[in-house]
Design a binder for this molecule. Sequence first.
Ligand code: FES
Length: 183
Amino acid sequence: MTQVTIPETLKKKAEEIFFRYPAEKRQSALLPLLFEVQREMGWIRPEAEAWVAETVGVSPVKVREIITFYSMMRAEPVGKYLIQFCQNISCCLRGGENILHHMEKKLGIHVGETTKDGLFTLRVVECLGGCSWAPMMLVNEDQYFVLSVEKIDKIIEGFRSGNPVAPDHPTPLLGNVAGEAVA
Ligand code: FES
């Protein structure tokens, strides 16, 4: 396995995360730490996976189980912006399929692929828990609701030009901020 240097910033963040839990509950830091690895390194490399297992004090198999279970975890390289588009029933009923096809054309890729410039990876996922604001998608950790062809164009252009469209709602799931209701 290639040796990968774990950034000092990540090690410091790990200590901050461990501080939140009693010493005997160190394993509770597993998910938050994996999210930090992802934020810092782009994806969870096997070497980082091994570091997390050792640091948290769990088996490498346990870490692998977590990474392969949650679709929010990235176990392989992805574009700078990972788009996870909901393909479940509420989003489909509100025109999600057409919007997804439009996005494939706009990006010039199919689901599962990454654009040549390395900017976007497009994936489909099951219900993201925002059915009331369907159709919806995640871009990295940000949620975009009530999508339309026009809104997709604005969002993609925003990322391409370096002026991202503000997400519709913070993501409490990933520990960012408690959100307010979307109008
Ligand atoms: S079906 Fe798409 S968010 Fe629930």
